[in-house]
Ligand binder design. Sequence first.
Ligand code: AMP
Ligand code: MG
Length: 548
Amino acid sequence: MDARVTPAAMAAPPHDPAPWQPALQALWADTLPELTVPCRAQRWPAPRLVWLHDAVVAALGWPVEALHGPDGVALLAGAALPPAARPVALVYAGHQFGRWAGRLGDGRALLLGEVACPNGALVDVGLKGSGATPLARGGDGRAALGPMLREALVSEAMHALGIPTTRTLAVLTTGDTVWRDGPQPGAWLVRVATSHLRVGTFQWVAALDDPGLLRRLWRFAAQRHDPALLEGLNPDACDPDRVQAWLGAVVLRQARLVALWMGVGFIHGVMNTDNMTISGETIDYGPCAFMEGYDPATVHSSIDLGGRYAWGNQPRIAQWNLARLSETLLPLLHPDHDTAVALATDAVRAFGSAYQRAWRAVMRAKLGLAAPHPGGAASPVAWPPTVPAQDDAWTEDDDALITDWLNALAAERVDWTLAHRRLANAVADVAQAGLGALPEHAPAPLHALWSEAAPLQRWWGRWRARCVRDGVGAPVRAAAMRRANPWYIPRNQRMEEVLHAALAGDLAPARAFAAVLQRPFDEQPGAERWAAPAPPEWAQRYVTFCGT
Ligand code: AMP
Ligand code: MG
């Protein structure tokens, strides 16, 4: 805080200034009234702010101190909103576990409005767990403290890992009890998203079979996330080429997002079409978890009995969801149905190669494999990578090297996070010792993660040769790898531990965990226990619940 007293402040009249209020817009309500239901948040007996993320408050341009007092709590409760605010529940549909579920919508969420941030971005600010809306379908509209803190911790960890995500501004407790498998402290969360446009939003409009509304929705989405596509286009118009380009942009964002998830071992857990954004942000943290020992079939969600949303299935599911999105756009893609289907199919097929390029970039960053540049020197892939426009000369060899690394990890279910970080540290040790070359054999800390070292040794020899080939020096490679391979992720066992303490009234462990997760790539003295994997027996039995 700047404590200087400016002349203007000294001259200000000595009465209390009007309490601060945010400027909340009502763009969803104004532009897409058919997709909104006016609604108010429930009143709670003793609302209390338990978690406030200053960085998110600052990103909105809101004064942190204003949120700490009773007025702030009333605002975050949706109880004292500026007069122009028009809070709404949003309507959407979706496929859940592959089955059409029809209309869903915000049953326990409320969009307070949009905020124009100081950096020029426009974001949605909403509540989750704020009481039953007319879309609650018999649900209680509530949330419990455990799942809300979990979303706060994981979403902010994802942000620090460089992965697009909705953010958590605050968590508040209601002062009463919500019933799940037993009594739980009631809570809600204040969420910030670049938008709450979901694949399911388009699905609901397609189900209404209202071409005018579909055009308006598409324009709303394009305005929000891809405004360049609307340049020079008449208001209300909808150009097929631009719709196609837009679909391509959504496909690319999702390919990148899922590749980044995969890179940190994130398992969303419930990738239904209503839980996939148009913005390319991770949304709706429920039964999510992080893979520890490498096994593509890893699944922890209690409701995912068939493993549909297992770690290794996520790219395929993202493409399936995008196919559902593309179907909704057929009337905008071409007047002739068959032609429209062909265009949509092409767009969804493009996910396959986009994802491969995204995944290769992720793994190159993690394994320290520099990318070749035509006519120039190779350079390390910076984290978080963007999706390269095309394959390159080293694609095939690198794909084989990546596959063999994964096979070596799979052979002993080696911890995903630790293996990559120790590989990065092996290069850092070479750099620190001022050695010119990587050792012939994998160093002990990496070696120690395997009981049978032969597959690792064989791989190490090829990886070492690849590093020689790209010509990047150890200091540069080590720095890039340490920025691509976190030391700290929200490990499942630690998450359970801090949530358990929080439910017993002690938030200190959750705060300590959050602080460590803010700097996931820096080895923090005294924070070793947050980096340790769970015992394999624990990890394999770990089950997450939807938390609704
Ligand atoms: P989710 O699986 O959490 O994305 O939620 C799927 C749908 O169920 C969404 O329409 C939610 O709004 C709704 N929902 C989840 N939990 C509740 C609840 N406790 N009360 C009302 N609606 C809920
Ligand atoms: Mg959802």
